[in-house]
Design a protein around this ligand. Structure first.
Ligand code: ATP
Ligand code: MG
Ligand code: MG
Ligand code: MG
Length: 482
């Protein structure tokens, strides 16, 4: 089944169960000081759970564009290195606002996975909050006892509050969660090592696909739990992971939609996907990042110097950097890739087609300007190398290369590469010390994370506030921007 069909089947399934199919909320969140990007399907419904607003439709389903590059959910470092975390991904979800509860949510999840998608039951595991058993949380409504009707007890894993109890914040709606995990290893491997022992162990082929959250309590200010007047259901399943399972591959990047992008990148770079881990990671990063970039633009966030715009600019530059230093792409390429993205995702997200020219133009201009920066950095580095040689130094000073990185946004790996070409080394230790110093200075302005919402701390002296370090080698410099 192609990704497109998998998405449609999900939405049709829940529509038949009387759910209203709603659009994805924009991926970029405006006017919410606690959240920069949508990171879960439930974000747009939080007022229903908090009781601030009453839902017109009490059963809803959709596919939500999510971005996890900041706050509690920051998967950026995993992206491309592992095979199942993206920056931007689609979260399929169904919700009950005071309507159905565990029995239906669990029953339907099982039905669609095993009867509609026909995933082999012997590959599935379920995790349940340890307190959500027998009459612990209500006789008819304990997840463990409902799951027992569908799956062998020894495939149900009881987990602690840390993993399987969802809370919105210090106080407010909360409740037990139940997750579905899939073991996609070969039969032989499954026989060798029991999949159960690999659940929640970061195994790339024993992965979480669906999270069902059952909100039934209200956490009071004093920490005690009250029953909510109405029970709610909030679920989220990653479409790309589901596609991996359905298409019998072992990486999200081997599914139809990612392969389409990767083929284009490989061709453009004249490299083969699968030839080396280093090249593969670079191609995966580029294929991943174009989605984050394109959807940010369609949803109203252009790359810029501050806030969410700066996060996007950094993601774009990260993609360019991988393209340039690892894949050998020496000029703009992302703008063309954005058009390929429109070809495969435009049916589900027409904004990619309606705004095709804008997306491509914005990306092109950003790319041109960053490639110019890279060229300036190279010129500056040439000067540094010359003066080191004149002084017979064999190692480039850490502070100096940090400045190059900090002022020009010039990637350290590239500095190392060019230095080596000149038979020089770089003082990585000195660089790291300078980096740490800078990080400590920046840290004061980064966010305090509170559960699924992120509290931003304003620092009035500096123009940019908002998120934690994207990654060690391109962490955010707050005031100096190229
Ligand atoms: P994981 O433990 O794998 O990081 P999670 O527990 O953080 O996932 P949830 O917040 O429960 O994920 O989100 C619901 C579902 O969304 C997950 O079960 C998974 O299928 C999918 N998902 C979460 N993060 C990502 C991501 N970065 N890329 C792709 N899919 C994701
Ligand atoms: Mg996660
Ligand atoms: Mg998880
Ligand atoms: Mg989860």
């Amino acid at each position: 089944m192609k990704t497109k069909e998998i998405r449609e089947v999900f939405l049709n399934f829940f529509e038949e169960k009387s759910h209203k199919i709603v659009s994805s909320a924009p991926m970029v969140v405006k006017n919410d000081p606690t959240l920069m990007f949508t990171n879960a399907g439930m974000n747009q419904f939080k007022d229903f759970f908090l009781g601030y607003n009453k839902a017109k439709d009490t059963r809803v389903a959709n596919t939500q564009k999510c971005l996890r590059v900041s706050g509690k959910h920051n998967d950026l470092e995993e992206v491309g290195v592992d095979t199942y975390h993206h920056t931007m991904f689609e979260m399929l979800g169904n919700w009950s606002f005071g309507d159905y509860f565990k029995k239906e949510a669990i029953g339907w999840a099982w039905e669609i996975l095993t009867e509609v998608y026909k995933i082999d039951k012997r590959k599935l595991y379920v995790t349940v909050f340890e307190g959500d058993k027998e009459d612990g949380l209500g006789v008819d409504q304990a997840s463990f006892d409902i799951w027992k009707q569908y799956i062998d007890e020894d495939r149900i894993i009881l987990a602690s509050k840390k993993d399987n109890f969802w809370e919105m914040g210090e106080s407010g709606p909360c409740g037990p969660a139940s997750e579905i995990h899939v073991d996609i290893r070969s039969e032989a491997e499954r026989e060798k090592v029991d999949g159960k022992s690999l659940v929640n162990a970061d195994h790339p082929q024993v992965i979480e696909i669906w999270n069902l959250v059952f909100m039934q309590y209200n956490r009071m200010a004093d920490g005690s739990l009250d029953k909510l007047p109405n029970n709610h259901v909030d679920t989220g399943m990653g479409l790309e992971r589901l596609a991996m399972v359905m298409q019998g591959v072992t990486s999200n990047y081997d599914t139809d939609q990612f392969q389409y992008l990767i083929n284009f990148i490989a061709k453009k770079a004249n490299k083969k996907y699968g030839a080396s881990e280093k090249l593969d990671i670079a191609m995966r990063v580029v294929a991943d990042h174009i989605r984050a970039i394109a959807f940010s633009i369609t949803d109203g966030q252009l790359p810029s110097n501050t806030g969410a715009g700066y996060v996007i600019r950094r993601i774009l530059r990260r993609a360019v950097r991988y393209g340039y230093s690892t894949l050998g792409l020496e000029g703009p390429f992302l703008y063309e890739l954005s058009e390929k993205l429109g070809e495969i995702m435009g049916d589900a997200f027409p904004e990619l087609l309606n705004q095709k020219e804008t997306i491509s133009k914005v990306i092109y201009e950003e790319e041109v300007s960053f490639f110019r920066t890279l060229a300036q950095g190279i010129k500056k580095l040439d000067g540094i190398i010359e003066s080191a040689k004149a002084k017979n130094e064999l190692i480039l000073d850490g502070e100096v290369i940090f400045e190059l990185y900090d002022t020009f946004g010039f990637p350290i790996d590239l500095t190392g590469l060019i230095a080596r070409e000149n038979d020089l080394q770089i003082d990585e230790n000195g660089f790291n010390i300078a980096l740490e110093k800078q990080k400590t200075r920046s840290r004061a302005a980064t966010q305090v994370s509170t559960q699924d919402w992120v509290q931003l701390k304003e620092d009035d002296k500096e123009e940019f506030v908002g998120y934690d370090f994207l990654e060690s080698d391109i962490y955010i410099t707050k005031y100096r921007e190229v």
